[in-house]
Each structure stands twice: as structure tokens, then as C-alpha cells.
Design a protein around this ligand. Structure first.
Ligand code: KIV
Length: 311
């Protein structure tokens, strides 16, 4: 195991200056002031650190981890315990962004009491600052709000409904369907939702919902008129091993970067150019000589020792 540690130097704020924590009310204030909300998924400590240090406002531990981290076909199989495990890792990394945990399929589809009990686990056991649920579950949103749990809702293309929708299809494509989404969004806001993710709906529908809603909308495949935007981390950096959807913009090619680094490492191992002598620990000179004499060998060409400290 490497002894590498993550330094705390990378944070945006200078030492001693802490950036204000993003809270659910702060997101509403951003909407009021017309400031765009940036959001991204993260599923582990390292990527959550990068996302937080880059100044992203909201980090979603999305159930998309089922697909992009665990290699599953859709989001349906991921469990509460798996989501808790990843939410804890993200929570440890994040100082500024609002950490939202996605509640997985089946964890809130039964009784309101069951949904509430599972949501409490995300707050209590993993440090989530809000939970996200898919669909117009007004009663559950009301119960969560009464229990002091902040809720982000998710409307439009809701991936946990993949079988009912018959695939990942754009939703709200007729006037009636768009008006239904708008009515759902208003009902969820009235029940206490703090924000609404709008996924895979026409730009015009998202704009109409966003304009009248008292809480922020965060879009993914819903156009630029939402109050904020969210993408899946692995899509943003080309680590998802699938063709990008129309709404994805690739900002980096981590696949190419990692592939080149891994191939370079393999070549160095195969050519015995890794590790070099500078990358070795050494015995002190007297012990080295004694070992050479006792073992009868010439021993390798070595450089100066660093006193045995791990660096
Ligand atoms: O799970 C996820 O990543 C999501 C986003 C796409 C909003 O729900």
C-alpha cells in the first residue's frame, strides 16, 4: 500500500480562511440572486476532494454509481448499504459543497415510514445533508421535511423507472406531459422540497418549470434555463465507457490519460526501468558491506541512503 497522503493544501481558500458551507437555503438564495448552481456526482474520497476543491456547489452521491463504479446495467440493484458506504467516503472529503445522497430503488417505494427510516440512515450513518428521491412523492417529501431532512426531488427521465418508461427516453414531450411535470414540481416545492433535478426533458418545459418555481431546478439534459446544472463525474471526464448522451460535454479525457500512464508503467516494469535505485530503500553503508561479504555477492550499484525514512 502506498503511503501517499492527500494534503489539505489544495483547497480554494487560503490557509486559515474557510469558505462558507453551501446549505440548502444557500441554494435558494443563489436562485433568488440569479447565480447558477454547479453540481456534479462523486462516489469516493479522491474524486469528491477534487470536486469540492474545484468549488462545485452540490455533490450528489448518485445511484449512477451502480453503473459507472460498480459496472451494473442500470441503477436498480444498488443497495442502501452500498450507497451509505460511498456517501461516507464522499462526506469525509467535502468541506464546502452540499452533500446529497441518492436513495436507491426500493428504499422509499413502500410505506412513507420505511422511506423515512431509510432517509434517516443517510443523515445519521453517512453524514448526508440531504437525500434525493425520484418521482412526485409528495407525501414522502412532506414527512421528510417534518423530520428535518432536506430533500432534493428528481423529475422527468427518472432512471429508477427505466422499465416503466421502456428505456431511457426524453419525458415531457407533449404540452400535457410538460404541464404535469410543472404541477408535480409545484406540489413537491409546496411539500418542502429544497431543489428539483430535472432530467431529460425539453428545454422549453424546463424553462417554464424553473421560471415559476420558488426553489431551484438543477438540470441534466434539460437545457440552460435551469437554475443549475449537474453531470455525472465519469461522463465529464470520459470514464464511463459508453457513448456520450447528447447533453454530455466531455471536459477531459481521463481514459486516455490513465491508459497511457498504466501502459507506461507496464513497459517500465517489463524493461526493468522501474523502480530505479533512487526509488529504493537502502541499508546503511556498514550493514551493506557486511551483507555483501556474508552473502558472497557483489550487490547492486546503490546511491546514498536517506536514513531509512519512508518518503
Ligand atoms: O444518480 C445520478 O447520478 C443522478 C444524476 C444523473 C442527477 O441522479
Amino acid at each position: 500500500m502506498s503511503l501517499t497522503r492527500f494534503s489539505s493544501d489544495g483547497h480554494l481558500a487560503p490557509p486559515g480562511v474557510s469558505l462558507p458551507k453551501v446549505t440548502m437555503p444557500a441554494l435558494s438564495e443563489m436562485k433568488r440572486q440569479g447565480k447558477p448552481i454547479s453540481a456534479l456526482t462523486a462516489y469516493d474520497y479522491a474524486t469528491a476532494r477534487l470536486v469540492d476543491e474545484a468549488g462545485i456547489d452540490l455533490i450528489l452521491v448518485g445511484d449512477s454509481l451502480a453503473m459507472v463504479v460498480l459496472g451494473q446495467e442500470n441503477t436498480l440493484a444498488v443497495t442502501v448499504d452500498e450507497m451509505l458506504h460511498h456517501t461516507r467516503a464522499v462526506r469525509r472529503a467535502v468541506h464546502r459543497a452540499l452533500v446529497v445522497a441518492d436513495m436507491p430503488f426500493g428504499s422509499y417505494h413502500g410505506t412513507v415510514a420505511d422511506g423515512l427510516a431509510n432517509a434517516v440512515r443517510f443523515v445519521k450513518e453517512a453524514g448526508a445533508e440531504a437525500v434525493k428521491i425520484e418521482g412526485p412523492r409528495v407525501e414522502l417529501v412532506r414527512a421528510l421535511t417534518e423530520a428535518e431532512i432536506s430533500v432534493v426531488c428528481h423529475l422527468g427521465l427518472t432512471p429508477q423507472s427505466v422499465h416503466r418508461m421502456g428505456g431511457y427516453r426524453v419525458q415531457g414531450r407533449t404540452v400535457d406531459a410538460a404541464l404535469q411535470l410543472q404541477a408535480d414540481a409545484f406540489a413537491l416545492a409546496a411539500a418542502g422540497a429544497g431543489a428539483i433535478v430535472l432530467e431529460g426533458i425539453p428545454r422549453e418545459a424546463a424553462a417554464a418549470i424553473t421560471a415559476g418555481l420558488p426553489i431551484p431546478t438543477v438540470g441534466i439534459g434539460a437545457g440552460p434555463d435551469c437554475d443549475g446544472q449537474i453531470l455525472v463525474f465519469h461522463d465529464l471526464v470520459n470514464l464511463s465507457f459508453s457513448p456520450a448522451a447528447k447533453f454530455v460535454r466531455r471536459y477531459a479525457d481521463a481514459s486516455a490519460l490513465f491508459r497511457a500512464a498504466i501502459e507506461h508503467y507496464r513497459e517500465d516494469v517489463e524493461h526493468r526501468t522501474f523502480p530505479s535505485d533512487e526509488e529504493c530503500y537502502h541499508l546503511p553503508e556498514p550493514a551493506r558491506k557486511l551483507l555483501q561479504t556474508s552473502s558472497g555477492g557483489a550487490g547492486p550499484e546503490v546511491s546514498a541512503d536517506n536514513g531509512g525514512r519512508l518518503q
